[in-house]
Structure formats: structure tokens, C-alpha cells
Design a protein around this ligand. Structure first.
Ligand SMILES: Cc1ncc(COP(=O)(O)OP(=O)(O)O)c(N)n1
Ligand SMILES: Cc1ncsc1CCOP(=O)(O)O
Ligand SMILES: [Mg+2]
Length: 209
């Protein structure tokens, strides 16, 4: 995994935002609040806008010394020299991403509510695994439901960082950290907050491993 990359703490995932200046303003707030990882995710943007936004986030996250992970697209991660890529079930193989990005970059894999997917992802060289959704998510209302017991099992049986996602708030996140998560991946509870920086700060103050 990347030399100075640690997957732990508040893992802030960007909301679908077409206005790049607005996106940067919001992400600066989460960084000032203490986010430890930023993922660029934008399901509305076309390839040109995604390139522009990922590149701008690359500059911003470097300013804070925080890793930038690109969702779905290892090619874009490579183009902007992101620290890694996050792959879901339809986003290509770990092997293909590794061949493109090299050994120093981070590859994270969505494992939904299935421990066997995580064992296989790690066998293929994933650097972290993500489980969820733990709570109802307005961003992904149809996401499969995962339970804290899965985090306990993953903690016992895996040696890579574990990320929890889906409807996570400051209030319900503590339970997931106690069950074994290293990082909390969050969109709405930080980016839809009236005060984004303060919401991020509250997440950053939780007790991480
Ligand atoms: C940290 C993290 N975990 C899970 C996901 C979800 O990935 P995926 O299942 O590919 O869904 P999309 O985010 O692409 O809609 C994630 N992005 N990040
Ligand atoms: C991308 C994704 N995968 C499972 S739930 C989810 C959305 C998380 O967003 P929120 O933190 O707003 O529930
Ligand atoms: Mg995906």
C-alpha cells in the first residue's frame, strides 16, 4: 500500500456535485474538520468534468497531506496520480487495477454484506475492504444491509483495514468502530450538514483504532 497512506478515521466521500468550485469548498471544509481520507465519487459528471474535479481534488488533498481515492475508475486514478481506487462489484478486477496503478497505490474493494468477498479481495491483493450498508442510506436506498457482526468477523479474520459505509452518523458510527471498523465512509452526514466542517470535526473526534 502507498507509503504514507493509512485508511483510518473519517473517510469522506464526495456528493454528486457539478459545480467544481462548490465541490472544492465543501471538501476543504471536511479536510479542515479532520477527514483522514477523501474519495472522489460523482455519478452525475461526464468524463471531462470527472477529470477536472479529480485533478482539483488531487491538489487540495495534497495541501492537507490526506490520501485521495477515486471511485470506480482506475484509469482516472492513474491520470490524476490519486493515491488509489475504490472498486465495487462491477468496477473491474483488483488485478487489472494493480497492473495499471502499481504496488504503491491503494486498492479498496466493496464487499457489501459478504465476508467471502472480502477474503477473496484480500487474496487478490486488495489493500482495504469495505462493508455496508449498515444503516438506511438516502444515497443508495437499495443497498444490501450489513450488520456489525460482520465487522467483528472481518476484524478477527482479516489483516487489512476495514471500512464501514451506509447511512453512518456521528451517533451510530461509534457502534461500528467498536465492532471493528477502522474507518467510517460518509457522504450525507458530513456533506449535507449545515456546518460541514463541524460535522467532520465531530466524526474526527470519535475513537478510531
Ligand atoms: C469506501 C467505499 N465503500 C463502498 C463504496 C460503494 O462502491 P460500489 O458498490 O461500487 O458503489 P458506488 O459507490 O460506485 O455507487 C464506495 N464507493 N466506497
Ligand atoms: C456508496 C454507498 N454504498 C453503500 S451505501 C452508499 C452511500 C453512502 O452515503 P451516505 O453516507 O449518505 O449514506
Ligand atoms: Mg463503484
Amino acid at each position: 500500500m502507498g507509503l504514507n497512506v493509512r485508511i483510518s478515521g473519517l473517510y469522506a466521500i464526495t456528493p454528486d456535485e457539478r459545480d467544481t468550485a462548490e465541490l472544492l469548498r465543501k471538501v476543504r471544509q471536511v479536510l479542515l474538520g479532520g477527514a483522514q481520507v477523501v474519495q472522489y465519487r460523482n455519478k452525475l459528471a461526464d468524463a471531462q468534468l470527472r477529470f477536472e474535479q479529480a485533478g482539483a481534488l488531487r491538489v487540495l488533498t495534497r495541501e492537507f497531506g490526506v490520501p485521495l481515492i477515486v471511485n470506480d475508475d482506475a484509469g482516472l486514478a492513474k491520470q490524476v496520480d490519486a493515491d488509489g481506487v475504490h472498486l465495487g462489484g462491477t468496477d473491474g478486477s483488483v488485478a487489472a487495477a494493480r497492473a495499471l496503478l502499481g504496488a504503491a497505490k491503494v486498492i479498496g474493494v466493496s464487499c457489501y454484506n459478504r465476508a467471502p468477498l472480502a477474503f477473496e479481495a484480500v487474496r487478490q491483493g486488495a489493500d482495504y475492504v469495505a462493508f455496508g450498508a449498515f444503516f438506511p442510506s438516502g444515497v443508495k436506498p437499495d443497498a444490501v444491509k450489513a450488520t456489525p457482526e460482520l465487522l467483528q468477523q472481518a476484524r478477527r479474520e482479516l489483516n487489512v483495514p476495514i471500512v464501514a459505509i451506509g447511512g453512518i452518523t456521528v451517533q451510530n458510527g461509534a457502534e461500528l468502530l467498536e465492532a471493528g471498523a477502522d474507518a467510517l465512509a460518509v457522504i450525507s452526514a458530513v456533506f449535507a450538514a449545515a456546518d460541514i466542517q463541524d460535522a467532520a470535526r465531530q466524526f474526527a473526534e470519535l475513537k478510531y483504532p
